[in-house]
Design a protein. Structure first.
Length: 168
């Protein structure tokens, strides 16, 4: 693991548990725990969409979501204006496509909290994904998860609010 990925893991931990990062004491009974078998059962419910089964596991004290998801088909291209996505591949293999320019996306939301969905990433950079991989997709970067044909790509996802353009 590189120093940069270790730093991102620490940042993600601090975002999820800000009281620990600031040295405040946390009650023991506030631990959130999902066993591997519980996560497996959450991901096999009948509420599945054709592209993604995602379950919100909870929110940090600051309201950031943490989820677990599984893709069996390519996801839509996404761009988030306010949130970095921190992902850890749990199982399966696939490709993460990223890029700065997208053709054909649709905007939703209002300025400051917009997202863009769909389209095609022009000149996409592709990274192979395998279990244990750690990914940080910064706000305003187009991204798309594509599972290997015939496989399910399962990952944990933490949404972290981006502090703004001065820190990009």
């Amino acid at each position: 693991m590189t120093a940069k990925s270790t730093l991102y893991m620490i940042i993600a931990f601090m975002a999820l548990f800000p009281s620990l990062a600031s040295g405040q004491e946390v009650a023991r009974d506030t631990v959130i725990y999902y066993s591997s078998s519980t996560i497996d059962s959450l991901l096999t419910t009948s509420e599945a969409s054709p592209r993604l089964i995602a379950k919100l596991l909870g929110r940090s004290g600051d309201g950031e979501n943490y989820l677990v998801g599984v893709r069996t088909k390519p996801g839509d291209v996404e761009i988030h204006e306010q949130f970095d996505d921190v992902a850890i591949i749990r199982s399966g293999h696939g490709v993460l496509r990223t890029g700065k320019k997208v053709s054909g996306q649709k905007e939703s939301g209002q300025a400051g909290a917009r997202e863009w969905i769909g389209g095609v990433i022009d000149n996409a950079h592709e990274r192979d994904l395998s279990p244990g991989d750690f990914i940080v997709v910064p706000a305003m970067l187009a991204h798309q998860y594509v599972p290997k044909p015939g496989e399910a790509l399962t990952y944990w996802l933490i949404k972290i609010k981006d502090p703004g353009p001065s820190n990009r």
